[in-house]
Design a protein around this ligand. Structure first.
Ligand code: OOB
Length: 580
Protein backbone atom coordinates (compact mmCIF):
# COMPACT_ATOMS: atom_id res chain seq x y z
CA UNK A 1 0.00 0.00 0.00
CA UNK A 2 1.31 3.40 -0.89
CA UNK A 3 1.70 5.95 1.85
CA UNK A 4 -0.16 8.26 -0.50
CA UNK A 5 -3.60 6.98 0.43
CA UNK A 6 -2.84 6.08 3.95
CA UNK A 7 -4.55 7.87 6.73
CA UNK A 8 -5.55 7.08 10.23
CA UNK A 9 -6.96 3.60 10.30
CA UNK A 10 -6.24 2.60 6.71
CA UNK A 11 -4.73 -0.63 7.97
CA UNK A 12 -7.13 -0.99 10.83
CA UNK A 13 -9.74 -3.19 9.22
CA UNK A 14 -9.09 -6.69 8.01
CA UNK A 15 -11.16 -7.68 4.99
CA UNK A 16 -12.67 -10.56 6.93
CA UNK A 17 -13.73 -8.34 9.80
CA UNK A 18 -15.22 -5.83 7.42
CA UNK A 19 -17.26 -8.22 5.34
CA UNK A 20 -18.50 -10.26 8.25
CA UNK A 21 -19.78 -7.13 9.97
CA UNK A 22 -23.33 -7.80 10.99
CA UNK A 23 -25.62 -5.98 13.35
CA UNK A 24 -25.34 -8.85 15.73
CA UNK A 25 -21.56 -8.78 15.86
CA UNK A 26 -21.48 -4.98 15.91
CA UNK A 27 -24.10 -4.83 18.61
CA UNK A 28 -22.27 -7.26 20.79
CA UNK A 29 -18.97 -5.47 20.33
CA UNK A 30 -20.65 -2.10 20.86
CA UNK A 31 -21.90 -3.22 24.21
CA UNK A 32 -18.69 -5.00 25.11
CA UNK A 33 -16.07 -3.45 27.34
CA UNK A 34 -13.83 -2.47 24.44
CA UNK A 35 -15.06 0.61 22.62
CA UNK A 36 -12.18 0.27 20.16
CA UNK A 37 -13.55 -2.85 18.46
CA UNK A 38 -16.87 -2.05 16.76
CA UNK A 39 -16.75 -1.48 13.04
CA UNK A 40 -20.06 0.30 13.15
CA UNK A 41 -21.64 1.04 16.48
CA UNK A 42 -25.35 0.43 16.21
CA UNK A 43 -28.42 1.24 18.28
CA UNK A 44 -28.70 -0.42 21.68
CA UNK A 45 -31.36 -3.15 21.76
CA UNK A 46 -33.87 -1.11 23.79
CA UNK A 47 -33.79 1.68 21.20
CA UNK A 48 -34.10 -0.71 18.29
CA UNK A 49 -37.10 -2.32 19.96
CA UNK A 50 -38.68 1.07 20.57
CA UNK A 51 -38.19 2.18 16.94
CA UNK A 52 -39.71 -1.07 15.70
CA UNK A 53 -42.63 -0.90 18.10
CA UNK A 54 -43.33 2.70 17.03
CA UNK A 55 -43.51 1.53 13.41
CA UNK A 56 -40.50 3.54 12.23
CA UNK A 57 -38.48 0.44 11.35
CA UNK A 58 -40.71 -1.88 9.39
CA UNK A 59 -38.27 -4.53 8.29
CA UNK A 60 -38.08 -3.35 4.69
CA UNK A 61 -35.00 -3.59 2.48
CA UNK A 62 -34.11 -1.67 -0.68
CA UNK A 63 -33.96 -4.87 -2.71
CA UNK A 64 -37.43 -5.86 -1.55
CA UNK A 65 -38.82 -2.37 -2.03
CA UNK A 66 -37.88 -2.25 -5.72
CA UNK A 67 -39.22 -5.78 -6.25
CA UNK A 68 -42.57 -4.79 -4.73
CA UNK A 69 -42.89 -1.59 -6.76
CA UNK A 70 -41.99 -3.44 -9.95
CA UNK A 71 -44.63 -6.07 -9.20
CA UNK A 72 -47.27 -3.48 -8.35
CA UNK A 73 -46.76 -1.23 -11.40
CA UNK A 74 -44.24 -2.76 -13.81
CA UNK A 75 -44.91 -0.37 -16.70
CA UNK A 76 -44.75 2.85 -14.73
CA UNK A 77 -41.69 4.98 -15.55
CA UNK A 78 -39.07 4.92 -12.77
CA UNK A 79 -36.09 6.77 -14.29
CA UNK A 80 -35.80 9.35 -17.06
CA UNK A 81 -32.26 10.02 -18.28
CA UNK A 82 -32.25 12.14 -21.43
CA UNK A 83 -34.19 10.15 -24.02
CA UNK A 84 -33.98 6.96 -21.98
CA UNK A 85 -37.01 5.93 -19.90
CA UNK A 86 -36.74 2.90 -17.67
CA UNK A 87 -39.88 1.37 -16.27
CA UNK A 88 -39.92 -0.11 -12.77
CA UNK A 89 -39.79 -3.55 -14.38
CA UNK A 90 -36.73 -2.59 -16.40
CA UNK A 91 -34.92 -1.12 -13.39
CA UNK A 92 -35.76 -4.23 -11.36
CA UNK A 93 -34.52 -6.55 -14.11
CA UNK A 94 -31.33 -4.58 -14.66
CA UNK A 95 -30.62 -4.66 -10.93
CA UNK A 96 -31.11 -8.45 -10.94
CA UNK A 97 -28.87 -8.94 -13.97
CA UNK A 98 -26.13 -6.77 -12.50
CA UNK A 99 -26.47 -8.49 -9.13
CA UNK A 100 -25.88 -11.82 -10.87
CA UNK A 101 -22.83 -10.34 -12.62
CA UNK A 102 -21.41 -8.98 -9.38
CA UNK A 103 -21.81 -12.34 -7.67
CA UNK A 104 -20.22 -14.09 -10.65
CA UNK A 105 -17.16 -11.88 -10.19
CA UNK A 106 -16.95 -12.81 -6.55
CA UNK A 107 -18.33 -9.54 -5.20
CA UNK A 108 -20.37 -10.48 -2.17
CA UNK A 109 -22.28 -9.32 0.86
CA UNK A 110 -20.34 -6.88 3.00
CA UNK A 111 -17.82 -5.99 0.25
CA UNK A 112 -17.31 -2.27 -0.30
CA UNK A 113 -17.71 -0.80 -3.79
CA UNK A 114 -16.72 2.82 -4.37
CA UNK A 115 -19.26 4.39 -6.68
CA UNK A 116 -18.55 7.60 -8.55
CA UNK A 117 -21.14 8.24 -11.22
CA UNK A 118 -22.77 11.40 -12.53
CA UNK A 119 -26.57 11.60 -12.79
CA UNK A 120 -27.12 8.66 -15.13
CA UNK A 121 -29.68 5.85 -15.05
CA UNK A 122 -26.94 3.25 -14.45
CA UNK A 123 -26.38 4.80 -11.02
CA UNK A 124 -29.69 3.29 -9.90
CA UNK A 125 -29.20 -0.06 -11.62
CA UNK A 126 -25.86 -0.66 -9.91
CA UNK A 127 -26.96 0.78 -6.56
CA UNK A 128 -29.97 -1.54 -6.41
CA UNK A 129 -27.84 -4.47 -7.58
CA UNK A 130 -25.43 -3.80 -4.70
CA UNK A 131 -28.34 -3.34 -2.27
CA UNK A 132 -29.75 -6.70 -3.37
CA UNK A 133 -26.60 -8.68 -2.70
CA UNK A 134 -25.69 -6.67 0.40
CA UNK A 135 -22.43 -5.23 -0.99
CA UNK A 136 -21.99 -1.68 0.22
CA UNK A 137 -21.84 1.28 -2.15
CA UNK A 138 -19.46 3.98 -0.90
CA UNK A 139 -20.97 7.14 -2.33
CA UNK A 140 -18.14 9.26 -3.74
CA UNK A 141 -18.99 12.59 -5.37
CA UNK A 142 -18.27 13.32 -9.05
CA UNK A 143 -15.79 16.05 -8.06
CA UNK A 144 -13.59 13.71 -6.02
CA UNK A 145 -10.16 13.02 -7.42
CA UNK A 146 -7.22 10.72 -6.84
CA UNK A 147 -6.63 11.70 -3.23
CA UNK A 148 -10.19 11.16 -2.07
CA UNK A 149 -10.90 8.10 -4.25
CA UNK A 150 -7.59 6.50 -3.29
CA UNK A 151 -8.39 7.04 0.34
CA UNK A 152 -11.94 5.62 0.12
CA UNK A 153 -10.68 2.54 -1.73
CA UNK A 154 -7.76 1.95 0.64
CA UNK A 155 -9.61 2.70 3.86
CA UNK A 156 -12.62 0.54 3.05
CA UNK A 157 -10.52 -2.10 1.26
CA UNK A 158 -12.93 -1.72 -1.64
CA UNK A 159 -13.08 -4.57 -4.15
CA UNK A 160 -14.55 -2.48 -6.98
CA UNK A 161 -14.74 1.09 -8.24
CA UNK A 162 -17.58 2.15 -10.58
CA UNK A 163 -16.99 5.12 -12.88
CA UNK A 164 -18.13 6.88 -16.03
CA UNK A 165 -15.63 6.84 -18.93
CA UNK A 166 -15.28 10.61 -19.28
CA UNK A 167 -17.34 13.10 -17.34
CA UNK A 168 -17.10 16.89 -17.46
CA UNK A 169 -13.95 16.46 -19.55
CA UNK A 170 -12.26 14.25 -16.93
CA UNK A 171 -11.17 10.72 -17.83
CA UNK A 172 -12.06 8.61 -14.80
CA UNK A 173 -10.45 5.52 -16.37
CA UNK A 174 -6.99 7.06 -15.97
CA UNK A 175 -7.69 7.89 -12.35
CA UNK A 176 -8.98 4.34 -11.81
CA UNK A 177 -5.80 2.81 -13.25
CA UNK A 178 -3.69 4.89 -10.88
CA UNK A 179 -5.77 3.98 -7.85
CA UNK A 180 -5.81 0.31 -8.78
CA UNK A 181 -2.00 0.27 -8.97
CA UNK A 182 -1.89 1.50 -5.37
CA UNK A 183 -4.74 -0.38 -3.69
CA UNK A 184 -4.32 -4.17 -3.66
CA UNK A 185 -7.94 -4.97 -2.75
CA UNK A 186 -9.30 -3.17 -5.82
CA UNK A 187 -9.92 -6.04 -8.21
CA UNK A 188 -12.62 -4.56 -10.46
CA UNK A 189 -13.00 -1.26 -12.31
CA UNK A 190 -16.49 -1.08 -13.83
CA UNK A 191 -17.13 1.60 -16.43
CA UNK A 192 -20.38 3.10 -17.69
CA UNK A 193 -19.55 3.72 -21.35
CA UNK A 194 -16.29 2.93 -23.14
CA UNK A 195 -14.29 0.81 -20.65
CA UNK A 196 -10.82 1.29 -22.16
CA UNK A 197 -8.57 -1.18 -20.35
CA UNK A 198 -11.25 -1.89 -17.72
CA UNK A 199 -14.63 -3.71 -17.71
CA UNK A 200 -17.84 -2.29 -19.14
CA UNK A 201 -20.64 -2.31 -16.58
CA UNK A 202 -22.95 -3.49 -19.36
CA UNK A 203 -20.77 -6.61 -19.82
CA UNK A 204 -21.38 -7.57 -16.22
CA UNK A 205 -25.03 -8.40 -16.79
CA UNK A 206 -25.94 -12.09 -16.44
CA UNK A 207 -29.15 -14.08 -16.24
CA UNK A 208 -30.59 -13.46 -12.80
CA UNK A 209 -29.66 -15.93 -10.06
CA UNK A 210 -31.16 -16.60 -6.69
CA UNK A 211 -29.52 -14.50 -4.00
CA UNK A 212 -29.08 -16.96 -1.19
CA UNK A 213 -27.98 -14.55 1.52
CA UNK A 214 -29.69 -11.18 0.97
CA UNK A 215 -29.12 -8.46 3.58
CA UNK A 216 -31.63 -8.10 6.37
CA UNK A 217 -33.33 -4.78 7.17
CA UNK A 218 -31.07 -4.16 10.16
CA UNK A 219 -27.91 -4.69 8.13
CA UNK A 220 -25.87 -2.03 6.36
CA UNK A 221 -27.10 -0.75 3.01
CA UNK A 222 -24.26 1.67 2.17
CA UNK A 223 -21.56 4.00 3.41
CA UNK A 224 -22.22 7.71 2.94
CA UNK A 225 -19.52 10.37 3.24
CA UNK A 226 -19.37 12.83 6.06
CA UNK A 227 -18.86 16.50 5.23
CA UNK A 228 -16.30 16.25 7.96
CA UNK A 229 -14.03 18.58 9.83
CA UNK A 230 -11.10 16.23 10.21
CA UNK A 231 -8.07 15.37 8.07
CA UNK A 232 -9.86 12.69 6.06
CA UNK A 233 -13.59 12.17 5.41
CA UNK A 234 -15.38 9.78 7.74
CA UNK A 235 -17.80 7.12 6.54
CA UNK A 236 -21.40 6.93 7.64
CA UNK A 237 -22.94 3.46 7.97
CA UNK A 238 -26.68 3.47 7.14
CA UNK A 239 -28.98 0.47 7.46
CA UNK A 240 -31.94 -0.42 5.22
CA UNK A 241 -34.42 0.06 8.05
CA UNK A 242 -33.17 3.43 9.25
CA UNK A 243 -32.73 4.98 5.82
CA UNK A 244 -36.05 3.72 4.50
CA UNK A 245 -37.74 5.27 7.52
CA UNK A 246 -36.19 8.64 6.62
CA UNK A 247 -37.55 8.23 3.08
CA UNK A 248 -41.04 7.36 4.28
CA UNK A 249 -41.03 10.28 6.72
CA UNK A 250 -39.72 12.67 4.07
CA UNK A 251 -42.31 11.56 1.53
CA UNK A 252 -45.09 12.23 3.99
CA UNK A 253 -43.76 15.69 4.91
CA UNK A 254 -43.11 16.68 1.29
CA UNK A 255 -46.34 15.04 -0.01
CA UNK A 256 -44.50 12.76 -2.43
CA UNK A 257 -46.75 10.05 -3.86
CA UNK A 258 -46.97 7.85 -6.94
CA UNK A 259 -47.95 10.83 -9.10
CA UNK A 260 -44.91 12.91 -8.12
CA UNK A 261 -42.05 13.63 -10.50
CA UNK A 262 -38.73 14.34 -8.74
CA UNK A 263 -35.96 16.20 -10.55
CA UNK A 264 -32.53 15.11 -9.36
CA UNK A 265 -30.64 18.37 -9.92
CA UNK A 266 -27.76 17.87 -7.43
CA UNK A 267 -25.19 15.03 -7.68
CA UNK A 268 -27.26 11.88 -7.08
CA UNK A 269 -24.83 10.42 -4.52
CA UNK A 270 -25.29 13.26 -2.05
CA UNK A 271 -27.60 12.55 0.85
CA UNK A 272 -29.93 15.46 0.08
CA UNK A 273 -30.97 14.44 -3.47
CA UNK A 274 -30.74 10.78 -2.47
CA UNK A 275 -33.17 10.85 0.42
CA UNK A 276 -34.72 14.23 1.20
CA UNK A 277 -37.05 12.94 -0.20
CA UNK A 278 -34.82 12.56 -3.19
CA UNK A 279 -34.55 9.85 -5.79
CA UNK A 280 -34.86 6.99 -3.32
CA UNK A 281 -37.89 8.62 -1.67
CA UNK A 282 -39.49 9.00 -5.10
CA UNK A 283 -38.78 5.35 -5.99
CA UNK A 284 -40.15 4.27 -2.61
CA UNK A 285 -43.37 6.13 -3.46
CA UNK A 286 -43.53 4.57 -6.94
CA UNK A 287 -42.98 8.02 -8.43
CA UNK A 288 -40.81 9.12 -11.36
CA UNK A 289 -37.20 10.29 -11.12
CA UNK A 290 -35.89 12.68 -13.76
CA UNK A 291 -32.11 12.99 -13.89
CA UNK A 292 -30.72 16.43 -14.53
CA UNK A 293 -27.20 16.37 -15.98
CA UNK A 294 -26.46 19.99 -14.99
CA UNK A 295 -28.48 22.19 -12.63
CA UNK A 296 -28.16 25.44 -14.62
CA UNK A 297 -31.52 27.20 -15.12
CA UNK A 298 -31.63 26.51 -18.88
CA UNK A 299 -31.14 22.74 -18.49
CA UNK A 300 -33.22 22.33 -15.32
CA UNK A 301 -36.13 24.50 -16.47
CA UNK A 302 -36.37 22.70 -19.81
CA UNK A 303 -36.56 19.36 -17.99
CA UNK A 304 -39.11 20.64 -15.47
CA UNK A 305 -41.30 21.74 -18.36
CA UNK A 306 -40.84 18.66 -20.53
CA UNK A 307 -41.28 16.08 -17.76
CA UNK A 308 -43.88 18.01 -15.71
CA UNK A 309 -41.62 17.87 -12.63
CA UNK A 310 -43.48 18.44 -9.36
CA UNK A 311 -40.66 18.58 -6.80
CA UNK A 312 -36.93 19.13 -6.66
CA UNK A 313 -34.18 20.10 -4.23
CA UNK A 314 -31.29 22.54 -4.61
CA UNK A 315 -28.58 24.26 -2.56
CA UNK A 316 -28.91 28.01 -1.87
CA UNK A 317 -26.60 29.25 -4.69
CA UNK A 318 -28.68 27.32 -7.22
CA UNK A 319 -31.92 28.66 -5.74
CA UNK A 320 -30.45 32.14 -6.26
CA UNK A 321 -29.44 31.35 -9.83
CA UNK A 322 -32.91 29.97 -10.58
CA UNK A 323 -34.77 32.95 -9.11
CA UNK A 324 -32.43 35.38 -10.86
CA UNK A 325 -33.02 33.67 -14.20
CA UNK A 326 -36.76 33.84 -13.57
CA UNK A 327 -36.59 37.49 -12.56
CA UNK A 328 -34.56 38.42 -15.64
CA UNK A 329 -37.55 37.26 -17.64
CA UNK A 330 -35.40 34.81 -19.63
CA UNK A 331 -38.33 32.46 -19.77
CA UNK A 332 -42.07 32.40 -19.27
CA UNK A 333 -42.71 31.30 -15.63
CA UNK A 334 -45.80 29.38 -16.75
CA UNK A 335 -43.32 26.85 -18.16
CA UNK A 336 -42.65 25.84 -14.55
CA UNK A 337 -46.34 25.49 -13.71
CA UNK A 338 -46.00 21.80 -12.75
CA UNK A 339 -43.42 22.57 -10.02
CA UNK A 340 -45.14 22.39 -6.67
CA UNK A 341 -42.28 22.27 -4.16
CA UNK A 342 -38.71 23.54 -4.16
CA UNK A 343 -36.58 22.22 -1.32
CA UNK A 344 -33.61 24.36 -0.41
CA UNK A 345 -30.92 23.15 1.98
CA UNK A 346 -27.36 22.00 2.50
CA UNK A 347 -26.34 25.48 3.66
CA UNK A 348 -28.10 28.41 5.27
CA UNK A 349 -30.64 30.03 2.97
CA UNK A 350 -30.97 33.73 3.62
CA UNK A 351 -34.37 35.03 4.58
CA UNK A 352 -34.25 37.60 1.80
CA UNK A 353 -33.61 34.95 -0.87
CA UNK A 354 -36.21 32.65 0.70
CA UNK A 355 -38.87 35.33 0.33
CA UNK A 356 -38.27 35.47 -3.42
CA UNK A 357 -38.98 31.78 -4.17
CA UNK A 358 -42.76 31.69 -4.37
CA UNK A 359 -43.24 35.04 -6.17
CA UNK A 360 -40.67 34.21 -8.85
CA UNK A 361 -40.94 30.45 -9.32
CA UNK A 362 -44.58 30.03 -8.34
CA UNK A 363 -43.98 27.04 -6.05
CA UNK A 364 -43.89 26.38 -2.31
CA UNK A 365 -40.54 26.63 -0.55
CA UNK A 366 -39.50 23.94 1.88
CA UNK A 367 -36.30 24.56 3.80
CA UNK A 368 -34.35 21.44 4.68
CA UNK A 369 -31.56 21.22 7.22
CA UNK A 370 -30.14 17.76 7.14
CA UNK A 371 -26.96 15.79 7.51
CA UNK A 372 -25.71 12.52 6.06
CA UNK A 373 -25.28 11.27 9.63
CA UNK A 374 -29.06 11.26 9.99
CA UNK A 375 -31.27 14.02 11.39
CA UNK A 376 -33.27 15.88 8.75
CA UNK A 377 -35.48 18.90 9.47
CA UNK A 378 -38.08 20.31 7.11
CA UNK A 379 -40.39 23.26 7.19
CA UNK A 380 -43.86 21.82 6.65
CA UNK A 381 -46.05 22.52 3.62
CA UNK A 382 -48.70 24.07 5.89
CA UNK A 383 -46.31 26.10 8.05
CA UNK A 384 -46.98 29.86 8.14
CA UNK A 385 -44.88 31.75 5.56
CA UNK A 386 -42.86 33.50 8.27
CA UNK A 387 -41.69 30.16 9.68
CA UNK A 388 -40.84 28.88 6.21
CA UNK A 389 -38.60 31.84 5.37
CA UNK A 390 -36.98 32.29 8.80
CA UNK A 391 -36.39 28.73 10.05
CA UNK A 392 -34.66 25.61 8.78
CA UNK A 393 -37.50 23.31 9.79
CA UNK A 394 -38.22 20.72 12.44
CA UNK A 395 -37.25 17.06 12.66
CA UNK A 396 -38.91 14.29 10.66
CA UNK A 397 -39.62 12.04 13.62
CA UNK A 398 -41.32 12.41 16.98
CA UNK A 399 -38.49 10.15 18.17
CA UNK A 400 -35.76 12.55 17.01
CA UNK A 401 -34.27 13.77 20.27
CA UNK A 402 -32.85 17.28 20.16
CA UNK A 403 -30.54 18.80 22.76
CA UNK A 404 -29.18 22.32 22.59
CA UNK A 405 -26.25 22.67 24.95
CA UNK A 406 -23.47 25.04 26.00
CA UNK A 407 -19.74 24.38 25.69
CA UNK A 408 -19.90 22.17 28.79
CA UNK A 409 -22.74 20.00 27.40
CA UNK A 410 -25.25 21.57 29.79
CA UNK A 411 -28.75 21.89 28.32
CA UNK A 412 -29.77 25.47 27.61
CA UNK A 413 -33.18 26.98 28.29
CA UNK A 414 -35.47 26.96 25.26
CA UNK A 415 -34.81 29.79 22.83
CA UNK A 416 -31.11 30.10 23.61
CA UNK A 417 -28.47 29.45 20.99
CA UNK A 418 -26.15 26.49 21.49
CA UNK A 419 -24.65 23.29 20.12
CA UNK A 420 -27.09 20.89 18.50
CA UNK A 421 -26.88 17.28 19.70
CA UNK A 422 -29.25 14.64 18.33
CA UNK A 423 -30.21 11.00 18.66
CA UNK A 424 -32.96 9.11 16.90
CA UNK A 425 -34.25 6.32 14.66
CA UNK A 426 -32.26 7.33 11.57
CA UNK A 427 -29.22 9.04 13.13
CA UNK A 428 -26.10 6.89 13.31
CA UNK A 429 -24.52 5.91 16.62
CA UNK A 430 -21.00 6.06 15.26
CA UNK A 431 -18.90 6.34 12.09
CA UNK A 432 -17.68 3.25 10.30
CA UNK A 433 -14.40 2.00 11.69
CA UNK A 434 -13.51 5.20 13.52
CA UNK A 435 -13.47 4.52 17.26
CA UNK A 436 -11.39 7.60 18.12
CA UNK A 437 -13.62 9.96 16.16
CA UNK A 438 -16.65 8.32 17.65
CA UNK A 439 -15.46 9.06 21.16
CA UNK A 440 -15.42 12.78 20.35
CA UNK A 441 -18.31 13.01 17.84
CA UNK A 442 -20.86 11.22 20.04
CA UNK A 443 -21.79 11.56 23.70
CA UNK A 444 -21.51 8.50 25.92
CA UNK A 445 -25.28 8.02 25.62
CA UNK A 446 -25.25 8.13 21.84
CA UNK A 447 -26.09 11.72 20.87
CA UNK A 448 -24.37 12.88 17.69
CA UNK A 449 -22.53 16.19 18.03
CA UNK A 450 -23.62 17.89 14.82
CA UNK A 451 -21.18 20.80 15.10
CA UNK A 452 -24.08 23.10 14.22
CA UNK A 453 -25.08 26.02 16.41
CA UNK A 454 -28.85 26.46 16.54
CA UNK A 455 -31.77 28.02 18.36
CA UNK A 456 -35.19 26.42 18.77
CA UNK A 457 -38.42 28.32 18.25
CA UNK A 458 -41.46 27.59 20.45
CA UNK A 459 -42.91 25.66 17.47
CA UNK A 460 -39.97 23.25 17.58
CA UNK A 461 -38.43 24.65 14.41
CA UNK A 462 -34.67 25.10 14.41
CA UNK A 463 -32.85 28.21 13.25
CA UNK A 464 -29.25 27.56 12.22
CA UNK A 465 -27.17 30.36 13.71
CA UNK A 466 -23.68 29.15 12.93
CA UNK A 467 -21.22 26.31 13.19
CA UNK A 468 -18.70 25.18 15.76
CA UNK A 469 -16.99 22.61 13.51
CA UNK A 470 -13.85 23.50 11.60
CA UNK A 471 -15.52 23.27 8.23
CA UNK A 472 -16.31 25.64 5.39
CA UNK A 473 -19.76 25.29 3.82
CA UNK A 474 -19.12 26.37 0.27
CA UNK A 475 -22.66 26.63 -1.08
CA UNK A 476 -23.55 23.20 0.34
CA UNK A 477 -20.19 21.61 -0.51
CA UNK A 478 -18.38 20.90 2.72
CA UNK A 479 -14.65 21.55 3.04
CA UNK A 480 -12.85 20.26 6.13
CA UNK A 481 -10.27 22.91 7.03
CA UNK A 482 -7.81 20.37 8.44
CA UNK A 483 -7.84 18.27 5.28
CA UNK A 484 -6.83 21.24 3.10
CA UNK A 485 -4.33 22.49 5.70
CA UNK A 486 -2.58 19.10 5.63
CA UNK A 487 -2.13 19.40 1.87
CA UNK A 488 -0.83 22.96 2.17
CA UNK A 489 1.66 21.83 4.80
CA UNK A 490 3.07 19.33 2.31
CA UNK A 491 4.40 22.23 0.22
CA UNK A 492 8.15 22.57 0.87
CA UNK A 493 7.93 26.35 1.30
CA UNK A 494 4.97 26.35 3.68
CA UNK A 495 5.68 26.67 7.38
CA UNK A 496 2.07 26.84 8.62
CA UNK A 497 -1.41 27.14 7.14
CA UNK A 498 -4.94 27.89 8.35
CA UNK A 499 -8.04 27.57 6.18
CA UNK A 500 -11.10 29.60 7.11
CA UNK A 501 -14.40 30.69 5.59
CA UNK A 502 -14.83 34.12 4.05
CA UNK A 503 -18.33 35.44 3.40
CA UNK A 504 -19.50 35.32 -0.20
CA UNK A 505 -22.67 36.79 -1.67
CA UNK A 506 -23.28 33.85 -3.98
CA UNK A 507 -21.89 30.74 -2.26
CA UNK A 508 -22.48 31.96 1.29
CA UNK A 509 -18.88 31.11 2.09
CA UNK A 510 -15.65 30.62 0.21
CA UNK A 511 -12.35 29.27 1.44
CA UNK A 512 -9.34 31.38 2.30
CA UNK A 513 -5.97 29.80 3.08
CA UNK A 514 -3.71 31.85 5.31
CA UNK A 515 -0.15 30.74 4.74
CA UNK A 516 3.09 31.45 6.59
CA UNK A 517 6.10 30.70 4.40
CA UNK A 518 9.26 29.16 5.79
CA UNK A 519 12.03 31.57 6.74
CA UNK A 520 14.16 32.18 3.69
CA UNK A 521 11.68 30.57 1.26
CA UNK A 522 11.27 32.20 -2.14
CA UNK A 523 8.09 34.33 -2.30
CA UNK A 524 5.18 32.45 -3.89
CA UNK A 525 2.12 33.59 -5.79
CA UNK A 526 -1.36 32.45 -4.64
CA UNK A 527 -1.81 30.70 -7.96
CA UNK A 528 1.21 28.48 -7.24
CA UNK A 529 -0.35 27.35 -3.96
CA UNK A 530 -3.68 26.67 -5.61
CA UNK A 531 -2.02 24.70 -8.39
CA UNK A 532 -0.04 22.71 -5.82
CA UNK A 533 -3.24 21.68 -4.00
CA UNK A 534 -5.01 20.82 -7.22
CA UNK A 535 -2.08 18.74 -8.46
CA UNK A 536 -2.19 16.69 -5.28
CA UNK A 537 -5.39 15.24 -6.71
CA UNK A 538 -7.96 16.96 -4.54
CA UNK A 539 -11.56 17.74 -5.54
CA UNK A 540 -11.73 21.15 -7.19
CA UNK A 541 -14.11 22.59 -4.60
CA UNK A 542 -11.45 22.08 -1.91
CA UNK A 543 -8.82 24.18 -3.70
CA UNK A 544 -8.65 27.44 -1.70
CA UNK A 545 -10.52 30.29 -3.37
CA UNK A 546 -8.14 32.83 -1.87
CA UNK A 547 -4.60 32.55 -0.56
CA UNK A 548 -3.14 35.19 1.74
CA UNK A 549 0.48 35.21 2.88
CA UNK A 550 0.97 36.41 6.44
CA UNK A 551 3.85 36.68 8.92
CA UNK A 552 2.04 35.14 11.87
CA UNK A 553 -1.37 33.86 13.05
CA UNK A 554 -3.40 34.94 16.04
CA UNK A 555 -3.02 32.16 18.61
CA UNK A 556 -5.26 31.06 21.45
CA UNK A 557 -4.08 30.77 25.04
CA UNK A 558 -3.10 27.12 24.45
CA UNK A 559 -1.05 27.93 21.37
CA UNK A 560 -3.58 26.82 18.74
CA UNK A 561 -4.30 29.01 15.75
CA UNK A 562 -7.32 31.12 16.68
CA UNK A 563 -9.66 30.74 13.73
CA UNK A 564 -12.13 32.97 15.49
CA UNK A 565 -9.64 35.84 15.47
CA UNK A 566 -8.61 35.05 11.90
CA UNK A 567 -12.22 35.21 10.78
CA UNK A 568 -12.69 38.48 12.66
CA UNK A 569 -9.60 39.90 10.97
CA UNK A 570 -10.96 38.88 7.58
CA UNK A 571 -14.38 40.33 8.33
CA UNK A 572 -12.74 43.60 9.42
CA UNK A 573 -10.60 43.61 6.28
CA UNK A 574 -13.66 43.04 4.08
CA UNK A 575 -15.57 45.82 5.84
CA UNK A 576 -12.61 48.16 5.35
CA UNK A 577 -12.44 47.14 1.71
CA UNK A 578 -16.18 47.69 1.21
CA UNK A 579 -15.97 51.09 2.94
CA UNK A 580 -13.27 52.34 0.59
C1 OOB B 1 -26.57 17.97 3.94
O1 OOB B 1 -25.79 16.97 4.43
P1 OOB B 1 -24.21 17.05 4.66
O2 OOB B 1 -23.87 15.82 5.39
O3 OOB B 1 -23.51 17.33 3.38
O4 OOB B 1 -23.95 18.33 5.56
C2 OOB B 1 -24.55 18.49 6.81
C3 OOB B 1 -24.27 19.87 7.34
C4 OOB B 1 -25.08 20.21 8.56
O5 OOB B 1 -24.51 19.68 9.74
C5 OOB B 1 -25.02 21.71 8.50
O6 OOB B 1 -23.79 22.18 8.96
C6 OOB B 1 -25.12 22.01 7.04
O7 OOB B 1 -24.65 20.85 6.39
N1 OOB B 1 -26.50 22.27 6.60
C7 OOB B 1 -27.15 23.45 6.77
C8 OOB B 1 -28.43 23.28 6.18
N2 OOB B 1 -28.50 22.03 5.67
C9 OOB B 1 -27.31 21.44 5.94
N3 OOB B 1 -26.79 24.59 7.38
C10 OOB B 1 -27.70 25.60 7.40
N4 OOB B 1 -28.92 25.51 6.85
C11 OOB B 1 -29.33 24.38 6.23
N5 OOB B 1 -30.56 24.31 5.69
O8 OOB B 1 -26.14 19.08 3.67
C12 OOB B 1 -28.01 17.64 3.78
C13 OOB B 1 -28.46 16.35 3.99
C14 OOB B 1 -29.80 16.04 3.83
C15 OOB B 1 -30.68 17.05 3.47
C16 OOB B 1 -30.23 18.33 3.26
C17 OOB B 1 -28.89 18.63 3.42
Amino acid sequence: MSARFSGPGVEAVSPAAASSASPASAASSASSASPASPLWPTWPAEFAERYRAAGWWRGETFGGMLRERAAAHPERIAIVDGERRWTYRELDERADRLAAGLLARGIAKGDRVVLQLPNVAEFFAIVFALFRIGALPVFALPAHRETEIGYFCAFTKAVAYVIPDVSEGFDHRVLASKVRAEVPSLAHILVVGDPGEHTALADLERDPVEITDPPGPDELAFLQLSGGSTGVPKLIPRTHDDYIYSLRGSNEICAVDADSVYLCALPAAHNFPLSSPGTLGALYAGARVVLCPRPTPDVAFALIERERVTITGVVPPLALAWTEAAQRGDFDPSRLSSLRVLLVGGAKFSEEAARRITPTLGCTLQQVFGMAEGLVNYTRLDDPDEIVVTSQGRPISPDDEIRIVDDADVDLPDGETGHLLTRGPYTIRGYWNAPEHNASSFTADGFYRTGDVVRRLPTGHLVVEGRAKDQINRGGEKVAAEEVENHLLAHPSVHDAAVVAVPDAYLGERTCAYVILRAGAEPLKPVAIRRFVRERGLAGYKVPDHVEFVETFPYTGVGKVSKKDLRAAIAAGLAEHAGR
